[in-house]
Ligand binder design. Structure first.
Ligand code: ZN
Length: 308
């Protein structure tokens, strides 16, 4: 008698689990259609929305959000959306016009709305049209604020699914807190002085503030700026004077400039950092398929470079 009872229990568990799953995961046609401006944000929205949302991203992986040229397909995608989510802080300068052209009248959510914006770094290297530093996601504490805003927006759009959204948020924020603790623990293993890192553009200043690393670049805050000869010469002097050994290419930027600087300063390139996009999702061997993976990869790379 014991065996049939056990079987019955298993059957009931399976039936209830199926009902619960069906209640929390609507069929594809009824999922909330969300357009996120770039891939890192798209991942955060998927983590919170799970099976309740269908997330499309305007700027694909391995394309540069600073200089993105929208397509007619982007306008069609936005026209069909229930919700549009962007970073804000002047990051997506092309988005307002794209939304106007699409005819979309739904909610516009700014993920970075709770972040304290960082004033532009005073590198003196270039001028930029950007007013504040938009790369706030590189500090995990800021990413937690993004998740808060994203969850709130999804709960307003999906009022019948508030409990499951809160559950997704709780799990994801736990993961982000663990990530933040891990990054801090990794840096505690290094001396706190002389943590200088060269990258292509100034994408990592929020990261630098959070984890005590100083980033220098030849370009400035946006990749649409051109480096001046004086800026490059100054950077090479900085590398020599500060004895900087950590220098990185970024996944979206041309290798040439950093290769020339490394050659001139007689140091070798340490690897690739992911600044403004995830790695190509078609290539599963690449290391930044999610925001959490991106932060882990960048941290391991930077620490390896600083140990040189
Ligand atoms: Zn950038």
């Amino acid at each position: 008698m014991l065996v049939p009872l056990r079987l019955l229990t298993i059957c009931l568990v399976v039936i209830f689990a199926s009902i619960a799953h069906a209640a929390s995961t609507p069929p594809p046609s009824t999922k909330l259609k969300i357009v996120a401006s770039f891939s890192i944000l798209g991942d955060m929205v998927r983590q919170v929305g799970g099976g309740l949302v269908d997330v499309q991203v305007i700027v694909p992986e391995n394309a540069d959000p600073h200089v993105y040229q929208p397509t007619p397909q982007d306008a069609k995608m936005i026209a069909r959306a229930d919700l549009v989510i962007r970073n804000g802080l002047g990051f997506e300068g092309w988005l307002d016009r794209l939304i106007d052209n699409s005819g979309y009248k739904g909610p516009n959510v700014i993920a970075a709305q709770k972040v304290t914006p960082r004033p532009l770094p005073q590198t003196g290297h270039t001028t930029s049209k950007t007013i504040v530093d938009p790369h706030a996601w590189h500090c995990v504490q800021n990413a937690i604020l993004y998740v808060d805003v994203i969850t709130q927006a999804l709960k307003v759009a999906l009022p019948d699914h508030q409990l499951i959204l809160d559950e997704h948020k709780r799990k994801y924020i736990d993961e982000l807190k663990n990530l933040d603790s891990w990054i801090r623990a990794e840096y505690r293993k290094l001396p706190s002085e002389r943590r200088y890192v060269i990258t292509t553009h100034d994408a990592f200043w929020y990261y630098g503030d959070a984890y005590n690393v100083q980033f220098l670049s030849p370009i400035g805050i946006s990749t649409d700026a051109e480096p001046t000869a004086a800026a490059v010469a100054q950077l090479i002097r900085d590398i020599r004077e500060k004895q900087i050994r950590a220098i990185f290419i970024e996944n979206l930027s041309s290798r040439k400039l950093i290769e020339e600087i490394a050659k001139e300063a007689k140091i070798s390139i340490d690897g690739i950092l992911y600044a403004d996009s995830l790695s190509d999702s078609q290539a599963s061997n690449l290391p930044a398929q999610t925001y959490v993976d991106l932060m882990r990869h960048n941290t391991l790379q930077i620490i390896k470079g600083l140990r040189n």
